[in-house]
Design a binder for this molecule. Structure first.
Ligand code: ASP
Length: 422
């Protein structure tokens, strides 16, 4: 008998997890079934994330170093850089624009009684993080002893060191072929491990979704329904219309073909709420199913997992307007432009871990004089919204790798030297 495909197994895991989780939420909280069910789900879900994290750091390190070093083959390094950053900024800007437009139209939070959130806001101290301090911290975290960074799992510092090492290998050329081959083989081994871990994905994803569905507070969700609808609606619009459109315009790839190839990564992102934890799966999907060359995928995807977060940027912009509405403050055009830029920066600064966007949102709120404590209002629903935004964050990274690949490749064939962009 033919084995059921991994994709089908994962989809079955999603369904089973959601249904079982909703079922569990209807049971008494302290019944033996509920306690054991949640305990098992937590155990298995955490194990799956731990396994992904186990390969994450060696994978990021080797994939970026090899990715950059291999760029020397076609001397396209500066084009890849420019295309990658250009894409990140373009897709992020569109996402924020979409979010701000929807929030201006629907005006979520207007008319809601702020008093009902007073309890939540009382006693909650948001970490004060002025912009200047944020920059200083960011800069400081970029450069670290690579051994410390690897050991502590500081992904940003690992990315920076791997980038520098890759550039050194490009400049050093042939002399460092041995190291390059070594790293390349190590990368292949890591990808083999990812393949093994993915066999556990259906179970891991089922467990993560079971826990999420079982622990959602539905009463609170109902109160914030308008805000949730705007965030989820625009995030999905960006993920299902804007990004596929960009992909189609630049590469000619149809959305169906893309989603078929990207499915594993998108579902893993949804279930883990972490672009970083999903990165091993993202790399696998991009290379194996979407046929992105290793040098491009290895460069664009790890960078994108921390820098390119369309879903997060959109969320931060909508949330800032929502909180302004709750507080009865009207943000003018200038202030909304500030929200636009700071949301972009804050999403770039957010690490790819659950609820990171909520933390860096403090910057956006403070930039326009809104109380940082207000993020307490969003805490109860953040976990739910994180699923959608992380999925779109990861989708943006994969679309980016395809667009960059196409751009660089067509420029290479273009003897006239003009841009291949439409
Ligand atoms: N969880 C998101 C991610 O990993 C970051 C965020 O909280 O917005 O992509």
């Amino acid at each position: 008998m033919r084995r059921i495909s991994l994709n089908a197994q994962i989809l079955a895991g999603v369904l089973a997890g959601t249904v079982l989780g909703l079922g569990l939420s209807m049971l008494e909280k302290d019944s033996a079934v509920a306690i054991t069910g949640l305990y098992m789900a937590d155990l298995i879900g955490t194990l799956f994330i731990d396994l992904l994290k186990m390969v994450l750091i060696p994978l990021v390190f080797t994939s970026i170093a090899v990715g950059v070093a291999n760029l020397r083959m076609h001397r396209q390094m500066h084009k890849v850089w420019k295309a990658t950053l250009g894409f990140f900024i373009l897709s992020g800007s569109l996402a924020i624009f979409l979010g701000l437009s929807a929030a201006n139209l629907v005006r979520p939070g207007e008319g809601l009684q702020i008093a009902m959130f007073q309890d939540a806001m009382q006693g909650f101290q948001a970490g004060q993080m002025p912009l200047s301090e944020f920059f200083a911290q960011l800069l400081h975290s970029l450069f670290q002893n690579p051994i410390t960074a690897l050991a502590q799992g500081n992904i940003v510092a690992v990315v920076v060191f791997a980038l520098l090492l890759g550039i050194a290998m490009v400049i050093g050329g042939e002399r460092y072929t041995n190291i390059l081959i070594l790293l390349q083989e190590f990368l292949e081994l890591m990808l083999m491990l990812v393949g093994w871990i993915m066999r556990l994905a259906p179970l891991g994803i089922m467990a993560l979704l079971l826990k999420l569905a079982a622990t959602q507070d539905t009463a609170l969700l109902a109160t914030l329904i308008e805000f949730i609808a705007v965030v989820v609606g625009t995030t999905l619009l960006h993920g299902m219309v804007v990004l596929p459109l960009i992909l189609y315009l630049f590469t000619g790839m149809t959305p169906v073909k893309f989603w078929r190839g990207a499915r594993e990564a998108l579902i893993t992102a949804f279930a883990t709420s972490s672009s970083s934890a999903t990165l091993p799966v993202t790399l696998r999907c991009a290379e194996l199913h979407l046929h992105v060359k290793r040098d491009i995928a290895g460069f664009v995807l790890p960078l994108g997992a921390t820098l390119n977060m369309d879903g997060t940027a959109l969320y931060e912009a909508v949330a800032a307007l929502f909180i302004a509405n709750l507080a009865g403050i009207e943000l003018n055009l200038m202030q909304q432009m500030i929200v636009f830029f700071i949301a972009m920066l804050a999403s770039m600064g957010a690490p790819g871990i659950p609820s990171a966007g909520l933390v860096t949102m403090v910057m956006v709120l403070q930039a326009v004089g809104l109380p940082a404590e207000a993020i307490a209002i969003l805490l109860p629903v953040d976990r739910l919204l994180d699923t959608f935004r992380t999925m779109v964050n990861v989708e943006g990274d994969m679309v980016g790798s395809l667009v960059v690949q196409k751009w660089v490749r067509s420029e290479r064939h273009d003897t006239g030297g003009s841009s291949a962009l439409p």
